[in-house]
Design a protein around this ligand. Structure first.
Ligand SMILES: [Mn+2]
Length: 351
């Protein structure tokens, strides 16, 4: 079982609370997993702090190497990862970063590196733009995972510090991204039919001037379009740029950072192909009133999505919460190869 990032929500409060919550979930997971199944955790942006001990040990070694695309992360007793491993025991925990090769042709990563490239002006993109500008590291010049860590790491550390302090009268960095998103007029109640409303707000003169100013100041490129369709397109486009920059020549690449599961039936399949030909897959899995919209039961942002990766064939996207209780079963490789059932968007074809 691969847990593809942001598994531990470390931004809503102090570390002790985050670890206590995560431990309960991992213990529950261990209680239902067969003993031969190990759990692979791949940290993302919200749980980037899990890597700190490992990173410090690397930095203290005589000659730390550049991060490869798939590093094995270790931990020492007392560190947050040790707490998570303990919660999962007797199950086995493996930690890989920044991604994991699931097959020779399937690469999976949380996908937060795309925040260097996306044109949607959300808070972490703006932070990445500011850091790029400060360091003189242009997003199009990124070639290695360390290029992304240099720009994004300081922002993650800053947000992590904010989550640990208690300032009277201040509720911390909780929902920072969503606050900025709402302030900019994003979503406007969400749902495809309200795209027009979102665009109307977004196209207000002040917003356009602000985006143009950010572009001129070297924070960009950013676009003044906060519609749900542009949010989806910007995510796959930016993830394709990460694959290109890091020369990830996989047939399939799986990510989840932008929360929009896909490709689903009815999607423009061309949006889910990177320039190099890699097919993109998003596990989705996040819940938010801002994104789930008026029809949360069918929203591509609803929770419960996961992906089955077999020994061959394309990864198959399913929604575990849509399954009839008692009927939950893994699709076969043959189901996966035949693609998705048009009658049940997002579901694999079933015998
Ligand atoms: Mn994320």
């Amino acid at each position: 079982v691969v847990l593809l990032g942001d598994v531990v929500e470390m931004r809503q409060g102090p570390l002790r609370d985050a670890l206590a919550e995560a431990s309960r979930v991992l213990s529950a997971l261990d209680s239902v997993l067969p003993s031969e199944v190990s759990v692979v955790l791949v940290p993302g942006n919200h749980d980037h702090h899990l890597l700190d001990g490992w990173r410090a040990r690397r930095a203290a070694s005589a000659k730390p190497s550049q991060l490869s695309l798939d590093e094995r992360v270790d931990w020492a007793s007392g560190e947050p990862l040790a707490r998570l491993a303990e919660a999962l025991s007797p199950g086995r925990l493996e930690v890989r970063y920044p991604g994991v090769w699931l097959r020779d042709d399937v690469y999976a990563t949380h996908g937060h590196y795309l925040d260097r490239h996306t044109t949607v002006p959300m808070s972490e993109r703006l932070g990445a733009g500011a850091m790029s500008r400060l360091l003189g590291l242009r997003p199009e010049e990124a070639r290695l995972p360390d290029d992304y860590e240099a720009v994004l790491g300081p922002m993650y550390a800053w947000i992590h510090t904010l989550a640990q302090v208690e300032v009277p009268g201040w509720n911390g960095p909780t929902g920072l991204s969503m606050r900025v998103w709402r302030a900019l007029g994003g979503g406007a109640g969400a749902g495809g039919g309200l795209d027009v409303a979102a665009r109307r707000v977004a196209l207000s003169l002040g917003f356009l001037v602000a985006i143009e100013g950010l572009n001129m100041a070297g924070f960009g490129p950013l676009r003044a379009d906060l519609s749900m369709s542009e949010l989806r397109r910007a995510g796959t486009r930016a993830f394709g740029q990460v694959l290109d920059a890091l020369e990830i020549r996989a047939a399939h690449a799986i990510f989840g950072h932008t929360h929009r599961a896909g490709p689903l039936a009815g999607d423009d399949q061309a949006e889910w192909v990177a320039p190099g030909g890699t097919l993109l897959h998003n596990t989705g899995c996040w819940v938010s009133d801002d994104f789930a919209g008026a029809a949360p039961a069918t929203s591509p942002y609803r929770p419960g999505f996961c992906m089955w990766v077999h020994d061959d064939g394309p990864p198959a996207l399913v929604n575990l919460l849509d399954e009839v209780p008692g009927e939950l079963s893994a699709p076969t490789a043959r189901d996966a190869a035949t693609g998705r059932d048009p009658e049940r968007p997002g579901q694999p074809a079933r015998a």
